[in-house]
Write a protein that binds this ligand. Structure first.
Ligand code: 13P
Length: 253
């Protein structure tokens, strides 16, 4: 790409797919994305499918991310998974701060402040999600919300590593609703996120990849992915079928 940022298309499967279903998906996906040389592709299965997905995708262009992680290496944290445990499986990175985790499972900016640098320390790529609710957008609070989340969640990431973080702008009102941000809304918000990173480091702002997420489908992907500050997509529903996910990958290339 002329701006030097490789597009990333990531599929967030949320709580979908057993290991057997995940295996069938990856077998169908790999031949469909084999020639998408200019695009990075990632799938984000449940913890239980991570090992199988890493093995099945090894040697291909498809990377495997977890959907969450704890910020400690080990300890009395029932039900949690550490960065070391992900690294041992050769997982490439982890989504953190998804709005469903923030809203339904109490994920806090304070925890994200620890999770993002911890992932980088462990050699894993953080994919940090931010975005406003419908009420916040209607109240004109979108920028305030993004400034707060980016400021808090990346506070402990040193400037020289900021460019390694992937940020997904996911307006909560567009997630799973079929309502997609207009190209103007997506571009404006992603450009604002880039400017926020730029207030820490201009070099990082040019390198950081900012994805759009929220009802991305094969028929709206090309328009969104062509926006100057949108470097890819975080896809929910349309990532569950190999055919529609591969069509979105093709739209990025
Ligand atoms: P949908 O693509 O289903 O709207 O989900 C978006 C999302 O939350 C990806 O993380």
């Amino acid at each position: 790409m002329s701006n030097g940022r490789r597009p990333l298309i990531a599929g967030n499967w949320k709580m979908h797919k057993t290991v057997a279903e995940a295996e069938a998906f990856v077998a169908a996906l790999l031949p469909r994305v084999a020639t998408a040389d200019a695009v990075d592709v990632a799938i984000c299965p449940s913890f239980l499918s991570l090992g199988a997905m890493v093995d099945s995708a090894r040697g291909s262009r498809v990377e495997v991310y977890a959907q969450n992680v704890h910020y400690e290496d080990a300890g009395a944290f029932t039900g949690e998974v550490s960065p070391q445990m992900l690294s041992e499986l050769d997982v490439h990175g982890a989504i953190v701060g998804h709005s469903e985790r923030r809203e339904l499972f109490g994920e806090t900016d304070r925890a994200l402040q620890l999770k993002v640098p911890k992932l980088l320390d462990a050699g894993l790529k953080p994919l940090l999600c931010v975005g406003e609710t419908e009420a916040e957008r209607e109240a004109g609070d979108t920028e305030r919300k993004l400034r707060h989340q980016i400021g808090e969640d990346l506070e402990r990431v040193p400037e020289e590593l900021l460019g390694e973080v992937v940020i997904a702008y996911e307006p909560i009102w567009a997630i799973g609703t079929g309502l997609v941000a207009t190209p103007e809304q997506a571009q404006e918000a992603c450009a604002f996120v880039r400017a926020l990173v730029g207030s820490r480091s201009e070099e990082a702002a040019q390198r950081v990849r900012i994805l759009y997420g929220g009802s991305v489908k094969p028929d709206n992907a090309a328009e969104l992915l062509a926006l100057p500050d949108v470097d890819g997509a975080l896809v929910g529903g349309a990532s569950l079928e190999a055919e529609s996910f591969a069509a979105i990958v093709a739209a990025a290339g």
